[in-house]
Design a protein around this ligand. Structure first.
Ligand code: SAM
Length: 492
């Protein structure tokens, strides 16, 4: 292939995946399975060649995903690593995004460095897991030091082993046991009430009380997270956390397309990620300036909105969010601080308007991502737009022109028996804001991600950089949101 064609392909790929961090080494160089198989004989049995000749692995085979992680950490990061069967297996490109985002936060100077350890960066990884992935990556990529906490024996034993097996960075990482028996009460002065939402309240049963678990009205009960684990006089530049996202293993649903393991202790906690992160927020109110940045990853966009408003309510001085996308996985990052910001934050308004999203929640299991994509495709195709559905990347590429709006309107009223509350749709269609498309083409991509069984994230990305098209894109996408919510909300 000619060099400039290759370059264009690379450039296009970069533009299509704006949320993979630009410094992530896998952005333009995804793992080369054939090369890795030729270098590491233990990886070779897991690599096969699909019909097009492309080397692949079976993502539903835990041994294959674990071996891939092992060889990537060894090959790209000089890290020796292993986890026992069934423990959560991290994907290296995905976890690297979070590390690079923290690097951005620290170097942005939004919050000036306050810790007394000079240029050195010290982080706290809440729930480091048996895989200890964040301390290993942070120490090897950036020379950061870490405390990695956890509570299960298997996580502590294997995290320590993974640190010991890498003597070049072992001095930088301390694995700290969280004592589960302690009863940590909310710190005096913490604005606990501000954090309480009725639906997140979980009653403490007698058993829990006798076991000595703390029960705060954040909805979280269980071992301490930061308060009671961070020691007097300690200071950190940041904390990070990949929390247990789910409330039940059924909800965790375990993506049938991949097998990354994950035991109940790793995947679930009462109240799910909302309760867990609410507890981190509560601890942060008490610990305030002990950390320059508090951060957590989230698996649900609806929780991101809710927790962001809570943070403003409780007096955070800065709240930042981001989105991590790697393949078919979409996650969010939330960061906040109680220190005074040193720098005015300029929001990237256009970028936000060019990437929009909405969630379809509480869907019947029969409405998978493909079904929603097909519905998106026929919605725009019926209106005369050009559509290209790609079922392997879960995307539809759409190119629409101004005159398509009338056609979509017409076809929608003809198809109204398929859409519940059709009258409402027609009313909305008649409103002047309906599909105000510009005279030139509007090209955008709609992607669908499965978050949990019954919850899909629908993302739209404008493919053109022309700022004048953002408004038309925004009204078109919002209109799609209305139609999809009516269609899939009412068909259960
Ligand atoms: C989703 S796993 C994350 C593991 C690893 N950091 C990763 O990204 O793959 C969540 C981890 O949090 C741990 N955990 C749960 N509650 C905790 C607590 N209160 N303090 C510390 N760790 C906790 C679990 O044992 C589990 O290892």
């Amino acid at each position: 292939m000619p060099a400039n064609k290759n370059k264009n392909k690379k450039r296009r790929r970069t533009a299509e995946r704006p949320t993979t961090h630009p410094r992530n080494k896998y952005l333009d160089n995804p793992p080369d399975f054939a090369l890795l198989a030729s270098l590491y004989p233990s990886f070779k049995p897991f690599v096969f060649f699909a019909s097009g000749g492309r080397p692949r692995i079976d993502w539903t085979n835990f041994n294959a995903t674990r071996e891939l992680t092992r060889v990537l950490l060894l090959h790209d990061h000089r890290l020796n690593w292993w986890i026992p069967d069934g423990q959560l297996c991290p994907t290296v490109p995905n976890r690297s995004n979070y590390i690079h985002w923290i690097e951005d936060l620290l170097s942005s100077d939004i919050i000036a460095k306050t810790t007394t350890n000079g240029d050195k960066v010290r982080g706290f990884d809440i729930g480091t897991g048996a895989n200890c992935i964040y301390p290993l990556l942070g120490a090897s990529l950036l020379g950061w030091s870490f405390v990695g906490s956890d509570m299960t024996d298997v996580a502590l034993e294997w995290a320590e082993k993974n640190v010991r097996d890498n003597p070049h960075i072992s001095e930088l990482i301390e694995i700290r046991k969280v004592e589960s028996g302690e009863n940590i009460l909310p710190a005096e002065g913490s604005s606990n009430e501000a954090l309480v939402s009725t639906e997140s309240k979980i009653d403490m049963t007698e058993d829990m009380a006798t076991e000595g678990h703390a029960c705060l009205n954040t909805g979280y009960y269980g071992p301490p997270i930061l308060l009671g684990v961070v020691r007097d006089g300690e200071e950190f530049d940041f904390c990070m956390c990949n929390p247990p996202f789910f409330e039940t293993m059924k909800e965790a649903g375990l993506n049938p397309k991949t097998s990354c393991g994950g035991t109940p202790a790793e995947m679930i906690c009462p109240g799910g990620e909302k309760a867990f992160i609410t507890r981190i927020i509560e601890d942060s109110i008490a610990l305030k300036h002990t950390f320059r940045w508090y951060t957590s990853m989230l698996g649900r966009k609806s929780n991101l909105k809710l927790l962001t408003s809570k943070l403003w309510e409780v007096g955070a001085t800065v709240v930042k969010t981001t989105e991590f996308v790697q393949g078919q996985t979409c996650r969010w990052g939330l960061a906040w601080s109680f220190l005074p910001p040193a720098k005015k934050i300029v929001s990237s308004h256009v970028a936000e308007k060019n990437n929009l999203s909405f969630m379809l929640e509480g869907l019947d299991q029969k409405f998978g991502a493909i079904r929603v994509l097909q519905s998106v495709e026929s919605y725009f195709r019926d209106g005369g737009a050009l559509c290209k559905l790609n079922t392997s990347s879960f995307t539809v590429d759409i190119t629409a022109k101004n005159h398509h709006s009338d056609a979509v309107l017409k076809s929608e009223s003809q198809n109204c028996d398929r859409v519940p509350s059709c009258k409402d749709v027609q009313e909305a269609c008649r409103s002047s804001s309906y599909l105000e498309l510009p005279s030139n083409n509007l090209s955008f991509r709609v992607s669908v991600f499965q978050q949990t069984p019954g919850t899909l994230l629908v993302k739209g990305s404008l493919q053109q950089r022309d700022g004048q098209l953002s408004g038309a894109f925004s009204s078109t996408f919002r209109r799609l949101e209305e139609v999809m919510k009516q269609k899939f909300g009412g068909e259960k």
